[in-house]
Design a protein around this ligand. Structure first.
Ligand code: ATP
Ligand code: MG
Length: 289
């Protein structure tokens, strides 16, 4: 998949991490970005690559990923006609990135099946991959891998093998400061020509940050959630909905999918979750006045 991964947005903060990523890319080192969902891993990786004018080829790790999907496959029709010739080979994203000397961005590396991770080992340290019937592929200079993963305690995440970890430098990303989050949301709203930008920004960011402080919450709302609340809120306001009502509706739409309650606090059904969200909304609105 090729797109700009939102890199056109202005980067706020993360100077230290940005420099660390640049250094890794310049040295041809592979980089593992670890941090909670929606904290800015993909954005930062894509921006760093763009600054170095490197092409980014991205995959999203999931349990159904196969070796063929990663490195490539032979088109059966052409093989029938011509045999295992080079032109019958459909290059997968790994080979494409290696051949252009670009950045191979693997979102959620830890969700790739272990067998598929193992294929990466030689690409990671020697820049080579062996494809049966096709041969040895050597990466062009500049090729590098940036992988992301959510910390282990999050659902569905497995631990990476020692062999794979040994081939990565690590950068941990945590949530940004309130000032930086306000700036990110503010910029996005300006882009959308939102009404009441300052107020909408304040509400969305306060709400997201409140979810993270709540002990009942296992995974709080990220900057992505703040952006979503802000965009919805702004759209409701444009249609004439009152601020309080618009904020509640936006929160109820944006948060349930983006937060996870702590299982040790018991089961939270949809109704209980809505009640908690409503309490947060009230608290933020109260704080505002
Ligand atoms: N430092 C920043 N400056 C400006 N915008 C940012 C920054 N960090 C994150 N964002 C915005 O937040 C959004 C979410 O970030 P991103 O998608 O990179 O998170 P992620 O950590 O990759 O999430 P996931 O774990 O779900 O893959 C981005 O689309 C981007 O618009
Ligand atoms: Mg991401």
């Amino acid at each position: 998949m090729r797109d700009d991964h939102g890199v056109s947005a202005q980067r706020i903060g993360r100077e230290k991490e940005f420099q660390q990523i640049q250094i890794c890319l310049e040295l041809g080192k592979n980089l593992l970005l670890e941090g909670p969902v929606g904290v800015g891993k993909t954005f930062l990786a894509a921006q760093s690559a763009a600054v170095l004018r490197k092409e980014v080829i991205r995959i999203d790790g999931d349990g159904r990923f196969t070796e063929q999907k990663l490195s490539g496959w032979f088109d059966p029709q052409t093989v029938l006609k011509k045999g295992y010739v080079k032109e019958a080979f459909m290059k997968g994203p790994l080979l494409q990135a290696m051949e252009t000397g670009g950045v191979f961005l693997i979102n959620e590396l830890n969700r790739l099946p272990e067998g598929v991770q193992n294929i990466l080992l030689s690409a990671l340290d020697e820049g080579v991959v062996f494809v049966p019937q096709y041969g040895l592929v050597q990466a062009k200079d500049g090729f590098g891998v940036i992988a992301t993963q959510n910390p282990k305690e999050f659902v569905g995440a497995t631990q990476l093998s020692e062999a794979i970890l040994d081939r990565f430098e690590l950068i941990r990303l945590d949530y940004q400061s309130e000032t930086e989050e306000l700036q990110i949301v503010h910029n996005a709203l300006k882009e959308q020509k939102s009404m009441k930008i300052d107020e909408v920004t304040g509400l969305a960011v306060k709400l997201a940050r409140l979810t993270r402080e709540d002990s009942r919450v296992h995974r709080g709302a990220s900057i992505r959630a703040s952006l979503a609340v802000a965009a919805l809120l702004s759209a409701f306001l444009k249609r004439g909905t009152s601020l309080d009502e618009a904020f509640l509706q936006s929160a109820l739409m944006a948060l349930p999918t983006r937060i996870e309650f702590d299982p040790s606090e018991g089961e939270f059904d949809a109704i209980q979750a809505s009640e908690v969200i409503q309490d947060w909304v009230n608290e933020v609105l109260k704080k505002k006045t």
